[in-house]
Write a protein that binds this ligand. Sequence first.
Ligand code: NAP
Length: 249
Amino acid sequence: MQFLANKVCVVTGAARGIGRQIALTLAEQGGSVVINYNASRDAADALGDELQQKGVQSLVVQANVSQMGDAKKLIDAAVEKFSKLDVLVNNAGITRDGLLAIMKPEDWQAVIDTNLSSVFYTTKFASKAMLRNKFGRIINISSVVGLMGNAGQANYAASKAGIIGFTKSVAREFAQRNITANVICPGFIDTDMTRQLNEAQVNAAQAQIPMKRFGSPLDVSNLVAYLASDLAGYVTGQTIAVDGGMSMA
Ligand code: NAP
């Protein structure tokens, strides 16, 4: 049984890493997938081809979601192709790490624009289509860093904590309209983002994780698929960590 048959799903930053696996998992569950990318055109096209070969309807859309006009272009393209939008997964994200004393304002702004303002833009535009459709699932990818903070990531932590407050507000606004909004906080997941860490950093990270290992993109995408499905119709405004126990109180 597929849990997302006939559902139209937009995934931001879907060419690589966690976003790519989210696109694949939603497709396996019967969803049609709009693959957004910013710079990774070849990877996005390859994913689109892979889905097409599997008989999955997909659309590849270039959009820098930190820009409001591009975010609108993405949502408009999805609705134009599929005539509706059921699931929005805000996954696109960047890091520009640095200790606060030397953090450049442009690195603060780039992270806020890409990780947080993008979520405002896409959700704002997508919610119109969801209200028309009388159904919606908004799933925002934050981070355990948004819950716990992290030295050297004040910009990233602020953006990811902002996603949590934003999502709870959206969940309350749309609670009576059959639109849910939830947050997933991954811990350390094996992608390009964590492959930047050196051996000492990996060892220090693993020491903080009760399961003593990094997670996989599939660990995250499985929860996305659940939250996107009808099974999760009474789950809204929640923040759920996928982190091997790292952030538990
Ligand atoms: P990644 O491998 O570095 O991939 C980042 C993705 O975001 C890429 O697909 C990239 O697309 C996209 N992106 C960046 N800026 C964008 C923009 N302006 N517009 C559209 N897309 C943009 O990262 P990841 O590990 O898969 O992370 C995915 C999400 O999970 C992020 O929000 C990240 O903060 C979060 N997260 C990751 C971890 C982890 O351990 N990996 C932990 C917690 C949270 P292009 O390549 O096309 O530019």
